[in-house]
Design a protein around this ligand. Structure first.
Ligand SMILES: Cc1cc2nc3c(=O)[nH]c(=O)nc-3n(C[C@H](O)[C@H](O)[C@H](O)COP(=O)(O)OP(=O)(O)OC[C@H]3O[C@@H](n4cnc5c(N)ncnc54)[C@H](O)[C@@H]3O)c2cc1C
Length: 540
């Protein structure tokens, strides 16, 4: 008797199976990166890589505060699987591609690659993302960038406590959040005392969240005499001695378990200023913008992996005499998840393209407001998509041997770090008020396609913004509508026409659906699902 259990989803190419990604890569001018992303897509579908993801999460990192002789070392030990994941990520330039190859489409190419490889395992994306994001901030201090950038962009993963000069490649973290407040970094109390010429300072204080504390250096916010300032703080000093960077403990986290997140303390730790004194937020915001892009990519990646698993599972599992994928109500749920995933993939690639084209003022303006809109919305939707895709598996989805519990635990994190939901919604309002060009760029983008449902939604958004009532408490409602209208316009221009029509019918009209599985009943639902169902190599 058949066990009615689906075959594992392995031995497939995640890139080849992802039509919206393939189309977006070309559209955003990154077709030249086809071989790189296809190679990663193939590797991500192998049992070996999938095993690394499971092993790195089943064996979380351990803090080693002291060596056997009682000397402090403040080092984190990882399972070998973590190092394998990191080697692939760094070796393929996921931490540096646009800085190594600053050609049109480089951010889009990296986004596609990061999205594919993160589907194997999300936790190790944290140091990869922070290293990528630190470069534009560091460039604000050219003498410091000159020294560090070649090592930050090298394709060598070189783990361990050694001075940067003795390494083939380095990784960066960021330390902003303190115990008394993370969103409001102006409340930071870490002090920076000037210590010589050339921007050198000694930092004393604590940081409540410092992820990937095994990195080689950190961008840190601290109070200098002239106000909140950004600093580069290395973990090991050039003479090989340890900087005064103590790891107090590792956080016991809901998810993101393969990665270490620490509480750290500095006691007159040596650091060098990056950017102007007193302009710390303005300096580090470039890093934050790039990590926010990665939260969007990470959310798209979680959605895609969840939808791939759900469409695969239901195509091989029967109930009540029919495949689940043939049951009308399941068809509706799967199609609804698929169009959400498609809209998010297209949006993420559109935004990455805006990073590539930031030299164009209209694209820079769209990027300014677009990152906050997309970060707010896609991170929220990823949580709902993953939960629903998990449920498509029934009890099997609730069991750790499937990847779904891991995706589920990972999903809320993108919405918290690098600015939580409210902070991003409020950032959209700030952009509208202080940089009105960004709002014009947004409306230019969403109005570039004609569709009566979209036009009506855009009119309503304009009215909501113009409404003289207090906007702050309505920020989430407005930003959510802005995000959905933007996704609708992208779907109409670039998505599968059936999926685009369903997206508009279900999300722009009557206030939009709150749950999944509420699409209008149409024969095309099945073809939408087929577009998203991953294929084994021998399936054609
Ligand atoms: C696993 C993990 C790893 C992390 N790694 C790092 C790291 O490497 N480096 C680092 O610097 N930080 C890191 N963080 C910290 C993270 O960035 C902060 O937790 C986040 O910015 C929120 O700050 P907070 O925790 O102090 O919450 P708070 O600032 O107290 O915010 C609590 C809630 O209030 C909301 N809120 C805040 N202000 C307003 C307002 N004006 N109006 C309405 N609502 C508001 C927020 O959106 C949030 O929902 C990490 C966090 C986690 C969970």
């Amino acid at each position: 008797m058949s066990s009615n259990q689906p075959p594992p989803l392995v031995d497939y190419n995640l890139f080849a199976s992802d039509v919206p990604l393939r189309e977006s890569l070309e559209r955003e001018g990154a077709a030249w990166a086809h071989d790189l992303v296809s190679e990663l897509g193939a590797l991500a579908g192998t049992q070996r890589a999938i095993d690394w993801g499971f092993q790195a999460n089943a064996n979380p990192p351990q803090l080693r505060t002291h060596d056997r002789f009682g000397e402090r070392i403040d080092e984190v030990e990882f399972h070998p699987a973590w190092h394998e994941l990191m080697k692939v990520a760094i070796g393929h330039g996921l931490h540096s591609l646009p800085w190594r190859e600053p050609r049109p489409g480089a951010h889009a190419a990296r986004a596609a690659a990061f999205y594919l490889w993160s589907q194997v395992e999300g936790g190790h994306g944290c140091p990869v993302s922070m290293t990528y994001a630190a470069v534009p901030t560091l460039r604000k201090e050219p003498s410091v960038a000159e020294q560090w950038e070649p090592l930050m962009t090298a394709l060598e993963y070189d783990f361990g406590l050694r001075p940067a000069a003795a390494k083939k490649g380095v990784l960066f973290g960021m330390a902003m959040t303190e115990r008394q407040g993370g969103s409001d970094v102006r409340a930071n109390t870490t002090r920076a005392e000037p210590a010589g010429s050339g921007g050198e300072h000694l930092l004393t204080g604590q940081k409540w969240f410092c992820s990937a504390p095994m990195c080689d250096a950190f961008l840190v916010l601290a109070q200098a005499p002239g106000g909140l300032t950004c600093f580069l703080l290395p973990r090991v000093l050039p003479d090989g001695t340890r900087n005064s960077f103590r790891i107090e403990r590792l956080k016991d986290k809901l998810g993101n378990r393969s990665n270490a997140s620490a509480e750290v303390a500095f006691d007159a730790a040596w650091a060098v200023r990056v950017g102007e004194e007193g302009r710390g937020v303005r300096t580090i915001i470039e890093m934050v913008n790039h990590t926010r892009l990665d939260c969007i990519i990470g959310s798209a990646s979680l959605m895609r992996q969840a939808v791939a698993q759900a469409t695969h599972h239901t195509a091989h599992r029967s109930a009540f005499g029919r495949l689940l994928s043939e049951q009308p109500l399941m068809v509706n749920v799967l199609a609804d998840l698929a169009i959400e995933s498609e809209a998010t993939t297209i949006l993420m690639m559109r935004l990455a393209g805006a990073f590539d084209r930031a030299g164009d003022p209209a694209e820079a303006a769209l990027r300014r407001i677009g990152v906050a809109i997309a970060k707010f919305w896609t991170c929220k939707r990823a949580i709902a998509v993953v939960a629903e895709a998990l449920e498509c598996h029934g009890g099997n989805g609730y069991v750790e041997e499937s990847i779904l519990p891991r995706l589920y635990r990972e999903a809320p994190l993108n919405s918290i770090w690098e600015g939580s939901g409210n902070v991003n919604a409020l950032d959209v309002l700030r952009a509208m008020q202080r940089e009105p060009d960004s709002l014009s760029a947004y409306f230019g983008e969403v109005s570039s396609v004609r569709d009566p449902r979209l036009e009506c939604a855009v009119d309503e958004i304009k009215k909501e913004i113009a409404n003289s009532g207090e906007l702050e408490s309505r920020a989430r409602a407005v930003v959510a509508r802005m995000a959905v209208a933007w996704q609708a316009s992208l779907m109409l221009r670039h998505g599968d026409p059936d999926a685009a029509d369903l997206f508009c019918a279900s999300r722009l009209v009557n206030g939009g659906g709150h749950g999944f599985g509420v699409l209008p009943t149409r024969p095309e639902l099945k073809s939408v699902i087929e577009r998203h169902r991953p294929r084994f190599y021998n399936e054609g």
